[in-house]
Design a protein around this ligand. Structure first.
Ligand code: GUN
Length: 302
């Protein structure tokens, strides 16, 4: 059996066109567009490429987008002052500080200074709490978990009563997606197990999973024989395992590998996300969705 491919690149286009239509309508009816500021500190190449993609996507959707680049040696105080400025700016609905930050910056202090109602990353403790409570409390589900849930739902996979096994317990993916899948809500209502580096028998847990979400950051961690036949496999791993020359551009690009051995896993799973082109494209898409949602809140439309 060959699994159905859950393509993030295709789902991204569906969602972005939904957002684009909504932005146009709100602009016509209310004269406002979503405003997003992306703050980039320093010149980390991976961060530059993420931020460039965020800016490009926001522009394509008709958002107001400010790219605020700061030098590597900025102090925590100066960064806090910048955040305060955007917290007070009514034309800005989403503030994103690209991580990681340089060592001299108190990252926790910076993230906690963002107005929770503009925290489109969903990293502020208030939004983590809102997510845990669930239902109408939730304002900004963190982008990668939100993208994962959207992919599962749009692939037509039943989540109610499903055994979901999450591999990895990070604050950005593992913990929030586990929390989201157990909520009493559409696209959730699952029975959730979280496994991690101290789990005694990872294979036994994975073998029970109707939906297996792997966010460990270890290439090929999940073996094909751990996958239950017909399961939905979501591979969040984006591991750089080497470099190659792109056929399209002739430039050096990273060779990416997921946490699951894709070629063998696709013969066992019912549906599976590829790497690249799976979960990756969904993160920025959901950031755009959160920024639109933030504007809608200010207009009483959400
Ligand atoms: N760095 C890598 N991923 C992310 C993300 O989702 N949000 C932010 N702010 N920084 C990141």
């Amino acid at each position: 059996m060959t699994a159905k491919l859950i393509k993030g690149t295709e789902i991204r286009e569906e969602i972005l066109s939904e957002i684009e239509k909504e932005v146009k309508k709100i602009k016509e009816e209310h004269g406002k567009v979503p405003g997003l500021v992306t703050i980039l500190v320093g010149e980390n190449p991976a961060s530059i490429s993420y931020v460039t993609l965020k800016v490009k996507t926001a522009n394509r959707l008709g958002f107001k987008e400010i790219q605020d680049n700061q030098s590597e040696d900025i102090s925590t105080e100066d960064l806090l002052a910048l955040i305060d400025k955007y917290n007070k700016d009514d034309s800005i609905h989403g503030i994103l500080v690209q991580l990681p930050l340089p060592k001299q910056i108190d990252e926790k202090k910076v993230l906690n200074a963002i107005d929770p109602d503009k925290d489109v990353d969903g990293f502020h403790p208030v939004n983590v709490g809102r997510l845990m409570i669930g239902g109408a409390e939730v304002r900004f589900p963190p982008c990668t978990p939100a993208g994962i849930q959207e992919m599962i739902v749009r692939a037509g996979v039943e989540t109610s009563g499903a055994e979901v096994v999450v591999v990895g317990r990070s604050n950005i993916v593992g913990k929030p997606i586990a929390n989201m899948m157990l909520q009493k809500a559409d696209g959730a209502n699952s029975t959730v197990t979280v496994i991690h580096t101290r789990t005694k028998d990872m294979a036994a847990h994975c073998k029970r999973a109707d939906i297996l979400i792997v966010a460990a950051g270890v290439p090929g961690l999940v073996k094909p024989e751990w996958i239950k036949p017909g399961a939905c496999v979501i591979d969040v791993g984006v591991n750089r395992v080497g470099e190659k020359i792109s056929e399209k551009t002739g430039k050096k690009i990273a060779i990416l590998k997921g946490d699951v051995d894709f070629d063998e896993a696709k013969e066992i799973a019912g549906s599976i996300t590829p790497v690249p082109g799976g979960v990756g494209p969904m993160t920025i898409t959901m950031l755009m969705k959160n920024t639109l949602k933030s504007l809608k809140f200010t207009l009483g439309l959400a």
